[in-house]
Design a protein around this ligand. Sequence first.
Ligand SMILES: Nc1ncnc2c1ncn2[C@@H]1O[C@H](COP(=O)(O)OP(=O)(O)OP(=O)(O)O)[C@@H](O)[C@H]1O
Length: 614
Amino acid sequence: MSQHNDVVVAMPDASKGVGVFSWANVSYEVLVPKTKEYKTLLHGMYGEIQAGEVVAIMGGSGAGKSTLLNTLAGRIGPGRLSGDILVDGAPRDAATWRLQCAFVEQDDVMFRNLSVLETLTYSANLRLPSSMPKSEKAERVERVIASLGLNGCRDTWIGDELTRGISGGERKRVSIGIELVTDPQILFLDEPTSGLDAFNSLNIISTIKDVAVKQKKIVLMTIHQPRTDIINLFDKLILLSMGKTIWFGSTQGALENFSRLGYQLPDQTNPSDFFMDIMTLDQRSEELRNLSRARIEKFVSAYEEIRKQTHKEIATSQAARATLGKLSRVQWPSSWTGELATLLQRNAVDLSRDKATLGASLGQSVFLFIVIGFIFFKLSADTGGVQSRVGLLFFICINQTFGVVMPTISVFPIQRIIIRRERAGGSYRSSSAYIAKVISSLPLPLIGCLVFGIPVYWMTGLQAQVNKFFTFVCILLIHAFSANALGLMIGAGVPDVRVGLIIGPLINIIFILFGGQLVNLDKVPVVLRWIQWVSIISYTNKALNQNEFYGLTLAPCSPGGMCYSSGELVVSSFSLNSPSLWMSAGSNLIIAFGFYFIGYLLFDRTSRPLLRLK
Ligand SMILES: Nc1ncnc2c1ncn2[C@@H]1O[C@H](COP(=O)(O)OP(=O)(O)OP(=O)(O)O)[C@@H](O)[C@H]1O
């Protein structure tokens, strides 16, 4: 399977930390589709962070904080990027960058059914080289737990809005821990305090500061109006407004700078409130906008003067450049099968603890076999019985399609953020992640189809022959397999679950229409007729009818009544005789593999992390 954008990564050399991360004259423009003109989001940015420093990007809404953070982290889409972004004086390199840096997103999306310890252990197992002994990985995890103060909740499940788990502050720590297990040199954090109370915010930033100082890491984060004791923890601030720098340096330096320009910090005011007041573009009226714009431009020019006087070129490290040249394609942390085994194990643990999903899924099958079993109880072999049998078999097709496709659609959209994050860290190949999901999503539909199908077969009085029964079960299992493939394919392609829940039923309904029971397919417009060849419902319906009616002895006709003389005649009168039973089942298998393959291509694309360094 193709690897597309996955970059094969080099293992980091833990003994070699990054000394300085710097950027010079960095601008970023995007094309605005409506006007077809470029809009500049970042204007000639400069900055430098030394190992052990924590730097915060602050600014009003729309100032460009996230854009700057993402640009420096290499997480930008199309657009014009110019300037230099350097690691120890050398340009970032795709082979090493993913392991040198880590990005902690604002939303802490994780597996809700795993404990803190398990979450960090899987991160270590997936992201650290397989050559590293298990005991060393476990030690690394323990160190991260200790440094982030997670010992008290190490065995608590992560949880989510619906299931109680660790607290918001602990979630943020775990998110940071997931990244820290690989010992990245540069840590980017997007609003690490958002959604946290003042106490927890201080706690998180103090922990980050502690880690940065002790482990000599470079930390850059965006933050919204931090309280005074948080702002005091930052070594430098980047104050942004309208995509321009109005200050880069210490908080004290910023206060002195603004004071010199006539803006004094009022008594008993938090510096961050003060900065926000003077650097935010006031949009309330034309007059206020012009006034605030003029003030901001004054700050921009004043800072530019200071920068020019103090700016020194970062010495380009020839040694670093030379090393980068040699590191191009090395290897993934583990072998493909190693990745698959770890991912399968994680999926299995997560699924086995998801009692609600397991219960609902099996409960649905039990409920339906009872209802259907009694509605169609012990069908007769007369004309009425024939009609009921045809209806029952078509209902089974529809039920088994909806029952499998709909829950499967959510598999990828729900975990896409996690997969993107892990792929961004170079943890595994997209193919192993996909195959692991396919395998772990199969047992539930297959078991569900047996729980429903076996009792229904005997309750409804379908042909009481062992070979017919096993063929029936086999057809149902193949159908569940194909429906699973269809659900995964839809889920892999849609941007979120809501879109999937619209597209899923639509495709199912079209497959039902082309299932051979509702419309005479010979009368359908030629351009649409091909749909029957990919309708898994059509093939399963044909296979089930042939299995049931071939060899079925029907009740003799009453004089003058309309009836079928044989089961074969029933099948041919509904045009369900071609292709043959095993050809139909085989077609469904081929279609399933087709769906899985298209699903993989879509998955690879939609779960691909952004990485743009040039
Ligand atoms: N792809 C894009 N096309 C056009 N404009 C964009 C694009 N991305 C961002 N912008 C604009 O760039 C500006 C900076 O956006 P950014 O998200 O960096 O702001 P921010 O400071 O992080 O704001 P907030 O605190 O509200 O998240 C905003 O005006 C935004 O509308």
